[in-house]
Design a protein around this ligand. Sequence first.
Ligand SMILES: [Zn+2]
Length: 346
Amino acid sequence: MQLTREVMRGNAQTALGLVDPSELGSTLMHEHLLWNITAPARRHEPLKEPIDTGRYWDHLNNKINIPANTTQKDVSVAIEAVAEIIAHGGKTIVELTIGGLEPDPAGLAAVARATGAHIVMGCGHYVDDLQNPSNQERSVESFAEEIIAQVQQGAWGTDIRAGIIGEIGCSWPWTDLEKRVLAGAVIAQQETGAALTIHPARHQDHPWMLVEFLREHGADLTRTIIDHIDRTIFDDDRLFQLADAGVVLEWDLFGQENTYYSHSDIDMPNDGARLKAIRRVLDRGYRDQIVISQDICHVVQLSKHGGHGYAHIYKMVIPHMLKRSFTESEIADIMVDTPKRLLTFV
Ligand SMILES: [Zn+2]
């Protein structure tokens, strides 16, 4: 069944259906509960090499990069993860496992039923390298049509609908296929009234290229989130330029403090540095353009394997924010009010 825009307007949409946005509460805006980020060439490998928790640091820094670390398809593990979030004060999880990452809508619905959490599912396609090769032939219109149907009718062969568009994937250099998917996603944003969330390329100039692209294509910047600011933007000129443009800035790698991120030339900040950057954006007056999350997508990041775990923001970051002079009302803007605004269909 197709839900019309009129029916959806003013509601949020979870894996279990439409909900009143005032029900959402504290929200993690960028997580993965059931995912596969293994390189396609290695997906056939059996998961015989297990996680060695005694070598946590090596797993974390990709010295041991094995499919058992980059795949999590077990619904019972996801239920445990979400129960951990709920036990520490979270209520809603935005789950952005989309095309290329093996999305499991029925699994997410099962997790929502078992835990009472609101799970908002993403849609669209991740980076070029992980997309189905048949996407190379597809047009902007074909992607737009698919994403609109994922929001209004159901996604990935189910009748479970997406509540946000993205994380639309971009690489460096930005590929033609990724531009077509994003152009389709912008049309879907215009047609459905959903928010759009974008995984930028790992290059400090790419978020601004996105803003220019989004303006050209008529996106609603106030309902567009630039993800992974923590590994992409390292100077205030670029940071403030983005904030001034009106997009929402997402620091979604809280808990990841490794210097050896992706073995690139990126120096990943620690949580303290993230909070200082957020403070500077708040002080510039943009308290309704900031969201945070953890983007957990490696098995060793789970608390059961010695990682920071899904409740990290609740257990560590929010108490630290209070010590670092963030007010309760600023934290409520970041955790509750801005997610609620974004997840409410317009
Ligand atoms: Zn993600």
